[in-house]
Design a protein around this ligand. Sequence first.
Ligand code: ZN
Length: 331
Amino acid sequence: MQTLTDNWGLIGHEWAVDLLASRLATGRTGHAYLITGVPGTGRFTLALRFTQAMNCQSADWPFGVPCGHCRACTLIARGVHPDVQVIRADGRSIKIEAIRDLQRDLTVSPIEGRYRVAIIEEMQTATDQAADALLKTLEEPPASTRLILTADAAENVRPTIVSRCQVVPLRPVRPQAIAAALMQRYDLPADEANTLARLAAGRPGWAITAVDDENQLARRREMIDMLLDVLRAGRTERFNLSERIARDDSLPLLLETWQSWWRDLLLTVEGSSVAPVNADRWEELRALTYDVTSEEVRRALLAIRRTMDALSKNANARLALDVMFLDMPYL
Ligand SMILES: [Zn+2]
């Protein structure tokens, strides 16, 4: 589990963490905060950590540092703490109904936390009525209540609301800090981490999503390697693979990936000018045009489609896969 003692587990924004932690330590938290910045900067993560810090039950840490693993910290991270609410746009905007529901809930004192906390995301999307209603709560906040708003920019939120909040403007995070975090948390090699950090343009959230996508790419490559291996193998190996993957949760994804590869091969064999989905395998696809005919590729595609159909009807996966592999050419 990630430890939150170091900068609350955030990438960058040390000054903001210091500010909020010192407010907590001295018991001088305001009733309302407005965290601004472009999406992916870390606004919601900061709001969540602040909420955890306010309600953390661990006695092992100094007050103001969320432990990340007590009941309160875990429930907050999972979005199911009874005293914490997150309000997001319903469709394109935050509507008055959502604010009214919130106000009703805020009149009840905290059930198990120190504070009742409402995180309202993207406040700039609130309708006029919703903003009016929220202003009343900001003017007379119930005791033990904390409101944390996020927005793209303070200018896009009504001035009467901004003036009642402590504004925490998050600026783009330095690429060095993003790269260091990517290396430490995801074991990325330095050159990859630096490239992603540059592309992230100050948004750690963007970089983290990109790393996850990167993993998906790597998995996709492995799946295609698996297919190429089996095409070069005999019956026994093919049946062994059926047995291995029949119960695998990723079987649907595996079949989809293989289908996209066979489609690419069909386009290549037939000399189409359409760019292949698996562009990184272009050389291999071209080399295979000497080994397979377009009929063989079509038969393999049909076999995959039949297998997908059979699986959707809860057929025996292993049998369906056995039949499928027999319909694929031997390289
Ligand atoms: Zn905790």
